[in-house]
Design a binder for this molecule. Structure first.
Ligand SMILES: Nc1nc2c(ncn2[C@@H]2O[C@H](COP(=O)(O)OP(=O)(O)O)[C@@H](OP(=O)(O)OP(=O)(O)O)[C@H]2O)c(=O)[nH]1
Length: 180
């Protein structure tokens, strides 16, 4: 990696950290939320072999619009059209009811760009591993299992995106007895 891409990634992770600064994950330790986008970007780089810097930036920023006051215009202004477009592709419309948002993820997954599919795949892999690590506060075992089943439906639409990540995901579904 040349020094300019290092600087770009630091700028991006700093932007995401500032935006998520007051958010915590739902686990009993209330882990800082930024651990999640950093972990998603790391899965892509470290396990998926992804070097496309715009994909790694989009991974770092993927929850900023959905979960903070960030706008797509702001992302486009600071990070450019491609990064903003990838984030937009993986962002749920929070004005919709939860069940509809979940349904649309399944429907839209196969039609997303390759770059957006990579971010979605790593996002799901991170969340499934996190559920194996510990159960979010107030989640029942049934809800955890339902998340696995729903995630498998989304992941089916992401097939052919990255064999290494898909293999790891398949193993998680196998361990849960969920079809993939
Ligand atoms: N496994 C896990 N997930 C946590 C934790 N803290 C926050 N989350 C987030 O919770 C979401 C999944 O919870 P749900 O109840 O299904 O969805 P909701 O937050 O949108 O209502 C995921 O976000 P999302 O962007 O909505 O992802 P996705 O549901 O689109 O996959 C995930 O990133 C945690 O400690 N463990």
């Amino acid at each position: 990696m040349c020094s300019s891409s290092t600087a770009v990634l630091l700028e991006t992770v700093n932007f995401a950290a500032e935006k998520h600064r007051n958010q915590r994950r739902k686990d009993p330790d209330a882990t800082p939320y930024i651990n999640h986008p950093i972990g998603v970007a790391r899965i892509l780089s470290h396990e998926g072999g992804i070097t496309d810097i715009e994909v790694l930036q989009a991974a770092l920023l993927h929850d900023t619009v959905e979960d903070t006051d960030t706008t797509f215009d702001e992302l486009e202004f600071v990070f450019g059209t491609t990064v903003a477009r990838i984030v937009q592709e993986v962002t749920d419309d929070k004005s919709l009811p939860k069940e509809e948002r979940k349904r649309l993820q399944v429907v839209h997954a196969p039609h997303r760009s390759h770059q957006a599919k990579l971010v979605k795949l790593a996002d799901k892999l991170y969340n499934l591993r996190d559920l194996n690590r510990c159960t979010p506060t107030s989640w029942t075992a049934e809800r955890v299992q339902e998340y696995f089943v729903w995630a498998s439906q989304v992941a089916k639409g992401l097939r052919g995106t990255n064999p290494a990540l898909e293999e790891k995901m398949q193993q998680l579904f196998l361990e849960r007895g969920v079809q993939f």
